[in-house]
Write a protein that binds this ligand. Structure first.
Ligand code: OXD
Length: 320
């Protein structure tokens, strides 16, 4: 630490806070870190911090965070700050986008393959020692639709294209082309896009415009032989409507990594549905996550201290 004291105080609210504090200490000895993996410590010290590093923004502590100028999220989605976005205009908000695309594309292609082949059905047959052959259309003859074509959606589109699939996608401004997407739709044209899809993949951030985006009308546009894969946020889909559609066979099945309430409630019917694969919000978790995130965090600490624009900045008005 320099004689004048720390140039920047970062409070770290994350299960791996110790790891991040150690890395920051080694790279930036002039930076003071406060390790606050638990809410009580965060509440006690947030008033001292210029910057907050964490997965979620603690909106309940916003009024105490008088010195705070920067929130660096360790994740991609920054929807946790959305409730106070009208009061947080002075904050710089940055995320860790760029480290999730490949692993989420792996997850989506694994899910598409499992659902399309009905691999859970084969596992059921295997458990009963049943020999039950069938024929399957190659994925390359199928269409995958991505709702949201940011860095994650674009990575999914690239992977689906490399599997030979037809790829369609919806984005805010469809006049700007996206590589590997055969046909683009605007946000108002979702009901035109959905019937074309054998797989609908949700990859939009949760913003006031996208919460509840997939409701009864949109679900009715998904074909009864098509599958939904959600790697975005649970509240993009009206879960009760989705559950009904899955139960009645109005859509063929789903792979769900995110839910309206997490952890998914033990009594949720989704757990027990044979056409649903439930995973515990893991699709964006590559191994060595902290190391990957720290590359972005370190770059941003250096930029912050140099008074330069930060990398991966998020526009709070848009929500991404
Ligand atoms: C993220 C996530 O936002 O994992 O990074 O959901």
């Amino acid at each position: 630490m320099s004689e004048e004291g720390p140039t920047l105080t970062i409070i770290i609210s994350h299960p791996s806070a110790e790891y991040f504090a150690r890395q920051i200490g080694e790279r930036f000895p002039q930076v003071r870190t406060i390790v606050a993996p638990d809410p009580a410590r965060l509440e006690r010290h947030i008033h001292e911090a210029d910057a907050l590093l964490g997965f979620r923004f603690p909106v309940e502590l916003f009024d105490r965070a008088k010195k705070l100028r920067w929130f660096q999220s360790t994740g991609a989605g920054v929807d946790s700050i959305s409730p106070i976005r009208d009061r947080a205009g002075h904050l710089m908000v940055t995320n860790a986008r760029g480290i999730h695309g490949d692993i989420i594309a792996d997850y989506v292609m694994a899910g598409a393959t499992m659902l399309h082949w009905n691999l859970p059905g084969f596992l059921g047959d295997q458990a009963q020692r049943k020999w039950n052959p069938r024929f399957v259309t190659p994925l390359a003859e199928k269409t995958l639709g991505v709702v949201g074509l940011g860095s994650i959606g674009a990575a999914i589109a690239r992977r689906a294209k490399s599997a030979g699939m037809t790829v369609v996608g919806a984005k805010r401004d469809p006049s700007v082309q996206v590589e590997d997407v055969d046909r683009l739709f605007g946000p108002g044209d979702l009901t035109d896009m959905l019937p074309l899809c054998d797989f609908v993949v949700l990859a939009v951030p949760a913003t006031p415009d996208t919460v509840g985006l997939i409701g009864a009308l949109e679900i009715a546009c998904i074909r009864c032989d098509a599958f939904l894969i959600n790697i975005a946020r649970g509240n993009i889909v009206v879960e009760a409507e989705l559950t009904k559609a899955l139960r009645t066979g109005a859509i063929a099945g789903a792979m769900l990594d995110v839910f309206e309430r997490e952890p998914l409630q033990r009594d949720s019917p989704l757990w027990g549905m044979p056409n649903v694969i439930v995973t515990p919000h893991v699709s964006g978790n590559p191994a060595n996550y902290e190391e990957r995130a720290f590359q972005i965090i370190a770059e941003n600490i250096a930029l912050f201290m140099a008074g330069q624009p930060l990398k991966n900045s998020v526009d709070l008005r848009r929500g991404y």
